[in-house]
Ligand binder design. Sequence first.
Ligand code: FAD
Length: 292
Amino acid sequence: MKIIDLLNKNTLSLSFEVFPPKTEMGFESVRTATEEIAKLRPAFMSVTYGAGGGTSKYTLDIAKNIKELYGVPTLAHLTCVSSTKETVRNMISSIKAAGIKNVMALRGDIPESLESADRSRWDYTHAIDLIRELREADEDFCIAGACYPEIHPESENQKEDITHLKEKVDAGCDFLTTQMFFDNNLLYNFLYKIREAGITVPIVPGIMPITNANQVERAIKLSGSFMPQRFKSLVDKFGSDPAAMKQAGIAYATDQIIDLYANGITNVHVYSMNKPDVAEKIQSNLSDILGK
Ligand code: FAD
């Protein structure tokens, strides 16, 4: 099932993100967690990919397992930075052999050790190179890309970021998923600007439920996201009480999703991070809206 065919329905649907284990030892617990999430019957599940290929094998194993056991469409992430053409082509062949139709094409983060490397010698410099490769490998792939409502940290300004985003979409992206954000107004503003720039593909906003105070710093470092005062107050108040922080973080994410739906957005991606209890709670908070 191609994910693009599931988007743009009139009612709210949720998708969940999981990540593969780093080692074989962690495989069973990740598989159990991802299966618990699959039982919630989300619209689709995405499985991240370790840039540099460290967990690449497990991305496909987890994605295939969810698809085959639970019939939930899966989106396998794939990165290209610092990879050779041979590695990427082998991965694309494995994706096809696993019967996976949906691929999130990413550049990946440049490892610190390669920051000053001569990029002109790399086989891939940007996600667009991977998108072209995937399109060439299979016209029928449903290809997703990443986008950044608060601009990508490496971009000089939003105009430049959106220009590259448009090139990426024109190269063959069927839809885009956003980086996490904690203020929906940033998303609405971004949507206005990209539509004005002629980007018409569906945008799936990514919502990260922050369920413990330690996650906050990591999330900001990773995404550069703006923390609204309302969110900061919540962390100040509940940060030292794990159970209360979890409840408040889930409530905040739920509230963001309700506001998105009230403003016409029907597909929301939840960065559920291998936490079935968090995915379940968000879904049950929205049960009447989702009709589940
Ligand atoms: P690009 O689209 O290549 O953009 C990166 C930067 O280069 C931007 O500043 C852009 O404006 C600029 N740019 C793009 N094209 C050009 C061009 N032609 N010329 C000059 N500049 C250009 N990382 C992982 O390792 N594994 C994952 O599974 C993963 N999943 C993710 C899922 C989502 C939804 C998001 C938002 C991010 C994810 N990431 C993942 C992180 C991602 O790899 C990083 O944010 C990375 O820094 C950029 O990846 P990209 O595909 O957006 O890159």
